[in-house]
Write a protein that binds this ligand. Structure first.
Ligand code: RIB
Ligand code: CA
Length: 307
């Protein structure tokens, strides 16, 4: 059983990742931490609580994260990709539970210190909360099991600029700190997530099998499909965030390259992830190959076990 904290900016594909984690028999979801990116941190916190309530998992805590990046003004949220409220055209929900009276960074440090060697941190939004936790308690670097990030791109180019992936571009300084630290990092970036596409038919099948959870994902995905059709000419959508979570429980479905990483923090290529030169941190594992059908089927089959 993998103990995971997902740091998230929900977000349509974030919803896929969180519901997958709630339903996977191989994951103990220790908590969610919220971050700006696809939506504001306020909306991300509300949406994180709503996803857990929807899954009947309201006992899982949510800790509110940072409101802004570490080293630059906040960028606009991605309303064109995920809708103004985060789940496409699905109306905003009003979850009953409240977030913890503890910041995301405090929660991450407390959990990693309570369960040394057991927790995988999985940021699927900008890495601000992860960098803040590390600044606050550098000792957690030796106590996390792994830091598995959705973000970046080594050879695939960007998705918000020709060079930058969205989660890195939103807070390049935080990403640089996370990649430079001496802890084990696995990067699940566009090199692999651009290879996985789910179609409208795949999502319609989720509604049939699991009307509440699958039906919600299918409804939310319609807006996401429209964005992919317009921007990428794809009939379907990429599965960025669930792919990162799947890599934690099924690393055998991925082929990785060892590479120390750095992030460009200014100029035309701001937000690009590049191979580091002369860096002291351990090399990251960068996912470059993926068993496409197996990853997609694991996602779909797991959601279909829901209700
Ligand atoms: O580039 C893909 C990432 O950006 C995903 O995490 C998606 O949710 C958006 O935040
Ligand atoms: Ca995300």
């Amino acid at each position: 059983m993998e103990k995971i904290i997902i740091d998230t900016d929900p977000g349509v594909d974030d919803a896929m990742a969180v519901l997958f984690a709630c339903l996977s028999p191989n994951i103990e979801l220790v908590g969610l931490t919220s971050i700006f990116g696809n939506v504001t941190t306020d909306i991300a916190t509300r949406n994180a609580l709503a996803l857990l309530e929807m899954a009947g998992a309201e006992h899982i805590p949510v800790a509110r994260g940072a409101d802004r990046p570490l080293g630059q003004p906040a960028k606009a949220v991605a309303a064109d990709v995920h809708g103004v409220e985060g789940f496409g055209d699905v109306p905003p929900m009003s979850p009953k539970a409240a977030p913890l009276d503890e910041s995301a960074a405090d929660f991450i440090c407390r959990m990693v210190n309570t369960h040394p060697g057991e927790i995988t941190l999985c940021p699927v939004g900008p890495f601000t909360n992860i960098a803040l936790a590390l600044r606050q308690d550098p000792g957690i670097a030796k106590k996390v099991k792994n830091v598995t990030v959705m973000g970046g791109s080594l050879e695939e180019g960007g998705n918000v600029t020709p060079h930058a992936e969205a989660n890195i571009w939103q807070d390049p300084h935080a990403a640089r700190e996370v990649f430079a630290a001496d802890w084990p990092v696995t990067m699940v970036g566009l090199d692999v997530t651009h290879q996985v596409v789910c179609t409208p038919e795949h999502f319609a099948g989720l509604t049939d099998a699991a009307p509440k959870l699958g039906g919600f994902l299918n409804d939310a995905a319609q807006f996401y499909f429209a964005f992919h059709r317009k921007e990428n000419g794809i009939r379907g959508c990429h599965m960025h965030d669930p792919t990162a979570v799947i890599s934690i429980v099924r690393p055998d479905l991925f082929g990785c390259r060892d590479c120390a990483l750095d992030v460009i923090v200014d100029g035309e290529k701001i937000g690009a992830t590049v191979a580091a030169t002369g860096q002291s941190g351990s090399p990251s594992k960068v996912c470059m190959d993926i068993e496409i059908d197996a990853v997609r089927d694991l996602f779909l089959d797991t959601i279909k076990t829901g209700f």
